[in-house]
Design a protein around this ligand. Structure first.
Ligand SMILES: Cc1cc2nc3c(=O)[nH]c(=O)nc-3n(C[C@H](O)[C@H](O)[C@H](O)COP(=O)(O)OP(=O)(O)OC[C@H]3O[C@@H](n4cnc5c(N)ncnc54)[C@H](O)[C@@H]3O)c2cc1C
Length: 403
């Protein structure tokens, strides 16, 4: 049987794309192929759980537009499906003069991106909002919140199945060929044919693109983010979210403190090069994947320009005291013994051959295929809006016969 659309990857973006397709065209024959035994096991289930507001992104970028729209869609989705979320706002705190200047730029971007209620607060009001936070000046962002994105992914999957989509688990795609105008996709549990294929494979999206004959303009480099979780008695130090002013040279937001929807408080994530695409610990090592990253000239160019922050990040990863010190810049009262748990996620970060970490989302179409080649944070927040825009691209490719 030939499907109208196959989506490779059952993360939040693949699932959201399926939802948008069936909302617009309920009669479509849609299949999702996921290599794991359940959906949302990688980036979508291993992130900070922050509902981003759209503060940081270059006005006019895909990230800015899709994050602002996606956040509203996500809140509506959570309300409709009883998925836990909060919307208590966050503080971005400046510690020194230079950081205050960078807060001005963030405020300008936030206003240009249409954020409501953004406001600067001085040291006194800062402590009214977050009594234990340290800083000279801050930006209060009321539309930031927290969402359980793993739960969103599971809910999307259940909704898709109800709408007639087929979700095949343990179906890792390893071969693709164009036969008689249709894509034949071979995977670990069999094979399937489709008119159009959407690649939402996250950490493996560049590999899937290559399987389908597309030379991606970027390479995925896996950056692990590590989190420390506080003990219950230390949760009161953080009411919602406390962020540092980010380094404008890097697309990562810096180690921050976040209260999740279940009340847990955690610090993180840092950013270290992972030894495997799904390398969640220092001991997970895939020689070919590491070679893939190290043989890419972009990796060396990036290392040359950012070696200081790389050394700093690795030290914070292996020496807990240094990690805690970064957290203490935000909340000085937190001490090492307040942190009792640890977990990690790996970002699928696109890197150009020139060594630039790509900031914006990257989506390309080629023939009867669409590829998501960079969807880092705020990809989970923006997922429902990204799904809508991918569905528009896909529907433009469906031959009239099946329309
Ligand atoms: C540490 C960290 C913190 C983050 N924090 C936030 C945050 O606070 N807020 C926010 O909005 N965003 C955040 N993000 C970003 C967000 O998690 C991602 O943008 C989003 O989850 C991307 O979804 P995805 O579906 O593209 O990728 P994934 O969730 O990684 O899904 C890709 C899927 O493809 C599958 N797959 C891969 N290869 C194959 C194959 N060959 N065959 C079949 N299936 C395959 C994988 O198993 C996986 O399920 C964070 C990400 C990380 C890693």
């Amino acid at each position: 049987m030939t499907h109208d659309v196959i989506i490779i990857g059952g993360g939040i973006i693949g699932l959201a794309t399926g939802r948008a397709l069936l909302q617009q065209r309920p009669e479509l024959d849609l299949a999702i192929l996921e290599k794991e035994s359940s959906v949302g096991q990688h980036q979508s289930g291993r992130n900070s759980g922050v509902l981003h507001s759209g503060l940081y992104y270059q006005p006019g970028s895909l990230k800015a537009g899709l994050c602002v729209r996606g956040a509203e869609m996500m809140v509506e989705f959570c309300r409709e499906h009883n998925v836990p979320f909060t919307r208590d706002g966050k503080l971005v705190v400046a510690q020194a003069g230079a950081e205050t200047g960078r807060l001005d730029e963030l405020e300008r971007r936030g206003n240009a991106n249409g954020l409501n209620g953004l406001r600067r607060v001085g040291a006194a009001e800062l402590r009214e909002i977050e009594p234990h936070a340290a800083g000279t000046d801050a930006l209060f962002v009321p539309s930031t919140g927290a969402v359980d994105f793993a739960s969103v992914a599971r809910t999307l999957a259940a909704e898709l199945i109800k709408s007639g989509a087929r979700i095949s688990l343990r179906a890792g795609v390893d071969e693709a060929s164009l036969e008689g105008g249709r894509w034949r996709i071979r995977h670990s549990s069999g094979a399937a044919d489709s008119r159009v294929v959407v690649n939402c494979a996250g950490l493996y999206s560049d590999r899937i693109a290559r399987l389908m004959g597309v030379t991606p303009p970027v390479r995925i480099v896996p950056f692990r983010g590590e989190y420390l979780t506080t003990r219950v008695e230390a949760r009161h130090y953080v009411r919602s979210s406390i962020y540092p002013v980010p380094d404008p040279e890097l697309p990562f937001l810096g180690v921050h403190l976040t209260r999740r929807t279940d009340g847990t408080v955690e610090a993180g994530p840092n950013a270290v090069l992972a030894m495997a695409r799904e390398g969640y610990g220092w001991s997970t090592f895939q020689p070919w994947e590491l070679w893939d990253a190290l043989s890419y000239k972009g990796t060396w160019r990036l290392a040359r320009s950012h070696w200081r922050s790389a050394v700093h990040e690795v030290s914070r990863s292996v020496v807990k005291r240094l990690f805690v010190r970064a957290v203490q810049r935000l909340v000085p009262e937190l001490i090492g013994s307040d942190f009792v748990g640890r977990h990690t996620g790996v970002r699928a970060q696109a890197l150009t051959p020139e060594g630039n970490l790509v900031d914006d989302f990257v989506v390309i179409s080629d023939g009867q295929t669409v590829h998501v080649l960079n969807a880092p944070s705020p990809g989970a927040t923006a997922a429902l809006a990204i799904g809508e825009s991918l569905a528009d691209r896909v529907l433009a490719l469906i031959p009239p016969r099946s329309r």
